[in-house]
Design a binder for this molecule. Structure first.
Ligand code: PLP
Length: 446
């Protein structure tokens, strides 16, 4: 990296300090760093320089947690729940509200029995891999419709399970059918996973695409893991009115072989409490698989998930957090808590930030859902002409901006970076604009 300090006089970040910190980090390549490695590096540069970065590398909520959740937790703690073990599958009131939530916000019927509390969606995914990927002993692992959240692949590695993936970028709309089927014919998978809206690209699958996924899951008898970490956050539509269309689109309209991972981290700004819900369809919950028996002493999918996977993983979820989450779902279900409106500020911010990037020589990488312009939301992806993602990330760090390389997230668009808008508040927008201008002025000339 050969940025000359004198050409960057107006940039507030000291280039030598950045260079030293990158070297000291021991990272083979900054562009290939994981989220947490980047967080550590940028923390250190900020500490040494005393300058604030425009931090877009990590997907953390940037809003206050809802009072309705906090108050319910406090009340539950005062009532003494901390002394008691919670039930493995979750608090009955929470199970009831999750079931109602699925009906009111997705128009999907699912019994409270299959609505389980988990320690974040992370645990919901882990438990699902442990059960879904053992339903057929002649098959193994998960096919990811990428780009995607890399920690789920780490979970499969830790479990010693197989996975495959393909970037959906070139296979939107009807083209998804043949691309997905080719992968399924080859792979011998037990499950398919995607997030919708998607982390990192913010693409949102159309109903046509969800239908393709659901029908192929039926044809090949696969379990679809629908990761709804950003529930309702496609702000082009208002999915936030209970019991009223439009509803959050879902594969459940096209298959009974599904589970949902419903995170509370982003949609409810509740990441710190590490609580989420795993929802298993009624049919899958009851279904028996002979190959589960050696693992879980039960053939039933639902039983194996609760008394096998969740029991072994953490034996339940923080009691008070369950009261908090139940209260938030109840308030949302009763129309007292418009969670979509609360987080819609991310959409407004993304629109502004994308404009700043495109005004300064950058392009948006994933920019359409089939033929429709992409939604503005929690993440967006960008590139700069003539630079690989790795190069771009390293150079941006010299200009006080951090992001994440798409190449680390199963994307073939390795020229791109992911930006998370949540930490870029009003006070940083001005810095972002100035730094992007400086960046563009510097590199346009070269
Ligand atoms: C796509 C996706 N899935 C799952 C998670 C994990 O969610 P949780 O915080 O509920 O464990 C995230 C968090 O960033 C995510 O982006």
């Amino acid at each position: 990296m050969n940025i000359q300090t004198n050409k960057m006089l107006r940039c507030p970040i000291d280039a030598e300090t950045v260079r030293d910190k990158i070297q000291a980090s021991g990272l083979a390549s900054v562009g290939g760093a994981s989220i947490r490695e980047l967080v550590k590096l940028i923390n250190e540069i900020e500490q040494s320089t005393g300058e604030r970065y425009v931090r877009m590398e990590m997907g953390v909520p940037g809003l206050q947690p809802p009072a309705v959740g906090i108050n319910a937790e406090i009340e539950a703690l005062r009532a003494g729940v901390a002394a008691k073990y919670p039930m493995l599958d979750g608090l009955p009131a929470l199970k009831h509200e999750v079931s109602r939530f699925c009906k009111l916000f997705m128009d999907v019927d699912v019994q409270p029995t299959g609505c389980l509390a988990t320690v974040g969606s992370m645990q919901g995914a882990m438990a699902t891999f442990m059960v879904a990927n053992r339903t057929h002993k002649e098959r193994s692992g998960t096919l990811f419709i990428d780009p995607g959240f890399p920690v789920q692949k780490k979970q499969l590695q830790v479990l010693g399970q197989n996975y495959g993936s393909f970037d959906v970028y070139n296979y939107r709309g009807a083209k998804l059918h043949d691309a997905l089927e080719a992968q399924l014919q080859e792979g011998g998978y037990s499950s398919i996973l995607y997030s919708n809206p998607n982390n990192p690209s913010w693409i949102c699958f159309t109903d046509q695409e969800l239908q393709i996924i659901g029908e192929l899951a039926n044809k090949y008898d696969l379990i679809v893991i629908e990761d709804l970490a950003y529930f309702g956050m496609d702000f082009r539509q208002n999915y936030g009115v209970p019991g009223q269309a439009p509803y959050q689109p879902t594969v459940a309209k096209y298959t009974d072989n599904y589970v949902f991972l419903i995170s509370s981290s982003k949609a409810f700004s509740y990441a710190g409490q590490r609580i989420g819900s795993l929802v298993i369809s009624d049919q899958l919950f009851q279904r028996e698989f002979a190959d589960l028996e050696p693992w879980y002493h039960s053939r039933q999918y639902g039983y194996a998930t609760i008394f096998g996977a969740l029991y072994a993983l953490s034996s339940g979820v923080s009691h008070s957090a369950q009261y908090g989450l139940a209260a938030m779902f109840k308030a949302a279900n009763e129309g007292r808590f418009d969670f979509v409106k609360e987080v819609s500020v991310y959409g407004t911010r993304a629109k502004r930030m994308k404009q700043l990037f495109t005004d300064n020589g950058f392009s948006i990488v994933y920019d359409k859902d089939d033929s429709v312009p992409l939604a503005d939301g929690f993440y967006f992806t960008f590139a700069y002409p003539g630079m690989s993602g790795e190069e771009l990330l390293e150079k941006l760090i010299y200009f006080g901006i951090s992001a994440l390389a798409l190449g680390t997230m199963g994307s073939e668009r390795t020229e791109g970076l992911r930006a998370c808008v949540s930490q870029v508040d009003e006070s940083l927008i001005v810095d972002l604009e100035l730094r992007l201008k400086l960046f563009n002025a510097y590199f346009k000339e070269e």
